[in-house]
Design a protein. Structure first.
Length: 94
């Protein structure tokens, strides 16, 4: 899995979005995101959306937070390249 972090040129002026390109190969898979603080503790309250294209027009779904695992997850993605965007930060974070 290759992940590239970039800034988004098409985002609102006061909201910086990080864009990650994720490639899923061979078999259907899932995207797991672990968002942690400086101490490595899981942060709840973020929102991540997945798109099929770099222009963020082919919306696929939103990652769900799995509290007992401390992970954001979206399952049943077929082979391909997807674009992951954090659209909301946890409270107290940018």
């Amino acid at each position: 899995m290759a992940i590239t972090i970039e800034s988004c040129d098409t985002c609102a002026e006061d909201f910086e979005v990080k864009l990650a390109e994720v490639f899923i190969s061979n078999i259907a898979g899932e995207v797991n995101v672990f968002k942690t603080d400086k101490e490595g503790l899981s942060l709840e309250g973020a929102e991540f959306k997945v798109y099929k294209d770099r222009d963020l027009t082919g919306y696929i779904g939103t990652l769900s937070y799995i509290e007992n695992e401390g992970v954001y997850r979206l399952r049943k993605l077929s082979e391909g390249t997807y674009y992951l965007v954090e659209t909301k930060a946890p409270e107290g974070y940018i």
